[in-house]
Design a protein around this ligand. Structure first.
Ligand code: COA
Length: 184
């Protein structure tokens, strides 16, 4: 199956990161990735083995996303292994469909060498080139200071928070809401 590569980036450690769209052939590896990455930090909304889709369901999801012009699901790949999955998608209702939302994860072994920045830049590039999208939003755990730094570096601002939105092992944390308003 043809792989649509959007960008190639040499990382701070010299390795080549390929940013590409997913194909149906990626379904199993994506499920494995998400079940693994959920257990690597407490910063995602799902934990280890909490990603419940079957391969067939994931294939349907990939097909749906790839046919949706207002959504980009981006895989970060190094040496044929998935090291990041991220997505930007718009609200479906017409009156709020110019608002998009981002979700991102990078595998822990590869943190701090520029993958998060490259992925976010590609998602923002997609938003800038999609005539429909005017705003980008995301939610981030209040204690996830590294992610907040990344988002602030890219022009996101804190606009509010949901108190005690997340509960992990009995401990609550707020969800900080951040927006980036595109100049168009
Ligand atoms: C947050 C996350 C996506 C960052 O990815 P990354 O590949 O490490 O990001 P980068 O290497 O591009 O770093 C981007 C910026 O984040 C900040 N940052 C990241 N890790 C940091 C750390 N350990 N200490 C200080 N700042 C840090 C810095 O501002 C950095 O920019 P700089 O290198 O120019 O100083 C990644 O840590 C991750 O997936 N974490 C787990 C899941 C998660 O938190 N997802 C976001 C949920 S909202």
């Amino acid at each position: 199956m043809d792989k649509i590569v959007l960008r190639e980036v040499f990382l701070k450690n010299g390795e080549l990161l390929i940013l590409r769209k997913s194909t149906e052939d990626d379904a199993q590896a994506m499920i494995d990735y998400l079940n693994h990455v959920g257990g690597e930090s407490d910063n995602l909304l799902f934990g280890k083995d909490e990603f419940p889709l079957t391969v067939d369901q994931e294939i349907e999801f990939i097909k749906r996303v790839n046919n949706d012009h207002n959504t980009l699901m981006l895989l970060g790949v190094i040496n044929d292994s998935i090291v990041s999955i991220a997505q930007i998608s718009c609200h479906k209702r017409k009156r709020i469909s110019h608002n998009s939302e981002i979700a991102i994860s990078v595998i822990k072994h590869y943190w701090r060498i520029g993958i998060g920045s490259a992925v976010m830049e590609e998602l923002i590039h997609f938003a800038n080139n999609n005539s429909n999208i005017k705003n980008i939003s995301l939610g981030v755990k209040a204690s996830n200071v590294n992610a907040i730094k990344l988002y602030e570096k890219l022009g996101f601002v804190k606009v509010g928070y949901h108190k005690d939105y997340i509960k992990i092992n009995g401990v609550y944390d707020d969800l900080i809401l951040m927006d980036k308003y595109l100049d168009k």
